[in-house]
Design a protein around this ligand. Structure first.
Ligand code: PMV
Length: 336
């Protein structure tokens, strides 16, 4: 059995509360979510495919108790009232489903460096959805938990699942078919991920603002949506066949298309810095030298490189001037 110390629990957990502790991973999209067809429900304009990362994520305790007078969020050791509303969107759904109206205290800690460019909302919000459902002993499917997590933060609906995960766009107005599921486990194709930190400052434009602004003002937005939706079967096939160069081409193209649509917004949304560009070229140069690696970039300047385990050392040697976090693909959310 693994032993752990719940050092994210700044306030003592009550012995008679309804509670659960979970770990939920960061996920990185290879086919990106960029655009909402419904802002309130976080329904996407296009489907997306991500990988769940091992080791990096959020340790979270959700606790319901009759003595709590309001919901409370303690994140990385500090009360975070400004981030509470996203969490409450999830808690309210879980309360509705259980018929239990108690307030909750959520204590959570991310184990990745702040500013690593890893969106903390995906791991944190998925952790809350899973832990709240467990704490109230709800007998619901992971799909339902995924739907609840999506309401707090779109990409959170993917973190619950193992390995390669697809979030379907869905067609229904209530979003009940816009949920994620695992396409393949991490063991199907155990790639390594190198998170290359270009700039550790908080990103300039939050993803929701960036995608709404792109949707409203970029002439490339509809082309992005059409092209990314059309490429999803090819992504599934490349992953099914463990076709590294095929996946590399698809993921890099998808990433560039997402950023191109944002850069074409008015005024432009530019997440890249000069080293971001340097790393894009480096991935191409390495492939030309016979080292299979590909990049992806989320709503920030940092770059995530993916490669097969046997070339990881070589890739790392090429990145000596950068600060790099190394990890691999892993499981989804689990109780701890
Ligand atoms: O779920 P959000 O609002 O954090 O948006 C995530 C957007 C990207 O990270 C850029 C793409 C993705 O699919 O994760």
């Amino acid at each position: 059995m693994t032993h752990w110390i719940a050092d994210w629990e700044i306030k003592p957990v009550l012995s008679d509360s309804k509670k659960a502790r979970v770990f939920s991973p960061v996920n990185i999209a290879l086919a990106k979510y960029w655009g909402k067809r419904d802002v309130k429900l976080n329904l996407p304009t296009n489907g997306s495919i991500s990988v769940s990362l091992e080791n990096y994520g959020s340790f979270t305790t959700v606790e319901f108790h009759h003595s709590f007078l309001s919901d409370e969020l303690i994140l990385n050791g500090k009360p975070q009232p400004e981030k509470l509303s996203k969490v409450q969107k999830v808690l309210n759904e879980v309360r509705k489903a259980s018929g239990i109206s108690l307030f909750a205290r959520v204590q959570s800690k991310n184990n990745f460096p702040t500013g690593a460019g890893l969106a903390s909302s995906a791991s944190g919000i998925s952790a809350v959805a899973f832990a709240a459902a467990r704490a109230l002993h709800l007998d619901v499917s992971q799909s339902k938990v995924s739907e609840w997590a999506r309401l707090g933060s779109g990409s959170a609906c993917r973190s619950l699942f193992d390995g390669y995960v697809e979030w379907r766009r869905g067609e229904l107005a209530d979003g009940s078919d816009s949920i994620a599921h695992s396409l393949f486990t991490h063991e199907h194709w155990p790639l390594n991920a190198l998170i290359v930190i270009v700039n550790s400052n908080e990103k300039g434009t939050a993803s929701t603002n960036g995608m709404e602004h792109t949707r409203k003002t970029s002439p490339y937005f509809s082309a992005w949506v059409e092209s990314s939706q059309k490429s999803l079967p090819q992504f599934r096939q490349a992953i099914a066949e463990r076709d590294f160069l095929g996946l590399a081409r698809l993921a890099e193209s998808n990433c560039i298309q997402m950023h191109a649509s944002a850069m074409a917004a008015n005024p432009p949304v530019v997440y890249w810095q000069s080293q971001t560009m340097e790393l894009i070229h480096k991935a191409g140069d390495l492939r030309n030298k016979g080292i299979p690696v590909f990049f992806t970039i989320d709503a920030g300047p940092n770059v995530v490189l993916f490669c097969e385990p046997d070339v990881t050392l070589k890739v790392k040697q090429e990145l000596a001037e950068f600060s790099v976090l190394e990890t691999k693909l892993g499981l989804g959310t689990k109780e701890i």
